[in-house]
Design a protein around this ligand. Structure first.
Ligand code: NDP
Length: 484
């Protein structure tokens, strides 16, 4: 023995994932009719790495004529695509799924460079789940009527699909895989700040020899999305994003007979009862709110703790938050990466200021943040009242608001006291209690003793202002089918 060890200090050596294997083009066109094209009336803008504020590549944004061209290509391709047998369509989807797996490392690195999320998450969650969604719906393509209770089905036609910046590749997979399996063609608009993995997916569609026009990918800003949903020749809109834009789309489609699914925001309650395994619950709370910097529509951003254990849970949580590693998204040890954009950082700061202004107690982890890029250290609010903005509005950042309750009935009332209803978590050792509470919660997804757990075979979607329609599993086929 050489000396007495009184303390073990764990630290991590840097473990950066190399971007050397990534072969990005300097500039990307619009993917329309099976090829990359220059925009006719759009512009070219750089896409920024939020961890460095440096440009990663230049991206073509679609103007109104480009949107029209994409919808025309989708319309022209739809009858032949729908005319293929389900088995044949399934083969293409299996091919896309396998190509995503083959290019998994590259996709994970690009996702983290373009969006700021830790590469551990893009590698272990986003990319494998994107492949899993294509595998799942490839399997459904020749069994569609079994997915809807044995009824006759037909595709809707052309689907316009708009996805946000928090899970760019995964949301593209959630939208494209069921649409294509059902015999629809699709025009997908990725978010302005994170178009790159969708464009790599366009390359994958080419590699898979998907017939031209079956998938078009047209990056752009909100105006591109607004033009797309107003195109007179679409049959279906699938949107994931903010509630305000969702409402705008719903108004634009009113009376047009275009089918619509909306997956909007949330202020999901993560409910911890006194009989829960508290250490396990703390891990679930961390996963619920700090996963993907809290840029998660179903984030457990309202933490409801039973009063008798509130101090203990908050103490353990605060201690655990201090051990989260914030920084370089490409470091495999990083837990919390960069905030997706300057605008999102400003939104988080504005709401946190409002929380302090309204009298809640704020604690933010003291950690070194990089000089450049957009960062927000993990933050907890206690002394939160149900009417505070931080208890009501979606912060969409690494910020958790803690409220307490005394009884099961109060927990249910407080959890349901929201305009949203996307997800919820329940932490208890009592199975019967979990079922009773779950059935009383107005939330599309309820997790018990876990959080942010996704599976392509499980339906996902909201209640109230969190939207309508389901994605995932057989329920995810319905929004893309005309059912006789
Ligand atoms: P948006 O709803 O604006 O963005 C979602 C997608 O819709 C993006 O592709 C966006 O393009 C596009 N879009 C924007 N305006 C229109 C329009 N008028 N018609 C059609 N499409 C449009 O979300 P934000 O990025 O502005 O984020 C704002 C807030 O929304 C966040 O702070 C968060 O609270 C919430 N949000 C919720 C998400 C969820 O998963 N439920 C996902 C993202 C955000 P562009 O990228 O160019 O803006």
């Amino acid at each position: 023995m050489t000396g007495t060890r009184t303390q073990v200090v764990w630290d991590y050596a840097p473990a950066p994932e190399s971007p050397d294997h990534v072969r990005l083009r300097d500039s990307y066109g619009l993917f329309i009719g099976g090829e990359f094209r220059d925009p006719v009336d759009g512009e070219r803008v750089p896409t920024i790495n939020p961890a460095t504020e440096e440009s990663v590549a230049e991206i073509a944004f679609a103007g109104p004529q480009d949107v029209r061209a994409a919808v025309e290509a989708a319309r022209a391709a739809q009858p032949r695509w729908a005319g293929l047998s389900g088995l044949e369509r399934g083969k293409y989807l299996f091919r896309v799924a396998r190509l995503i797996q083959e290019r998994a490392r590259e996709l994970a690195v690009v996702e983290s460079m373009d969006g700021g999320k830790p590469v551990r998450e893009s590698r272990d969650v986003d990319v494998p789940l994107a492949a899993a969604h294509f595998f799942h719906y490839a399997g459904w393509a020749d069994k569609l009527s079994y997915g809807v209770g044995g009824r006759e089905v037909a595709p809707l036609g052309v689907a316009a699909q708009i996805v946000p910046w928090n899970f760019p590749l995964l949301m593209a997979a959630w939208k494209l895989a069921p649409a294509l399996a059902c015999g629809n063609t699709a025009v997908l608009k990725p978010a302005e700040t994170t178009p790159l993995t969708a464009l790599l997916l366009a390359e994958i569609c080419q590699e898979a020899e998907l017939p031209e026009g079956v998938v078009s990918i047209i990056p752009g800003d909100g105006s591109t999305g607004a033009t797309l949903v107003r195109d007179p020749d679409i049959d279906k809109v699938a949107f994931t994003g903010s509630t305000s834009v969702g409402k705008d789309i719903q108004a634009a489609l009113a009376g047009r007979g275009v089918s619509l699914t909306l997956e909007l925001g949330g202020k999901s309650a993560n409910v911890v009862f006194e009989d829960a395994a508290l250490d396990q619950a703390v891990e679930g709370i961390v996963n619920g709110i700090f996963f993907n910097q809290g840029h998660v529509c179903c984030a457990g951003s309202r933490l409801l703790i039973q009063e008798s254990v509130a101090d203990v849970v908050v103490g353990k949580l605060w201690e655990r938050m201090g051990r989260l590693r914030v920084g370089d998204p490409l470091d495999k040890n990083t837990d919390v990466g960069a905030i997706n954009s300057r605008e999102q950082l400003e939104r988080i700061e504005e709401l946190v200021d409002a929380g302090e202004g309204e009298g809640a107690q704020r604690r933010t982890v003291a950690c070194e943040l990089p000089d450049r890029g957009f960062w927000y250290a993990p933050t907890i609010f206690t002394e939160v009242a149900p009417a505070h903005r931080i208890a009501v509005e979606e912060i969409f950042g690494p910020v958790v608001s803690v409220l307490t309750f005394r009884t099961q009935a109060e927990a249910i009332d407080k959890a349901n006291n929201s305009a949203y209803g996307l997800a919820a978590g329940i932490w208890t050792d009592k199975g019967a209690k979990a079922f009773e509470v779950a059935s009383a919660l107005q939330a599309g997804v309820v997790w018990q003793n876990t959080y942010n757990h996704f599976d392509p075979s499980a339906a996902f979607g909201g209640y109230k202002e969190s939207g309508f329609g389901r994605e995932g599993g057989p329920a995810g086929l319905r929004p893309y089918l005309r059912i006789a």
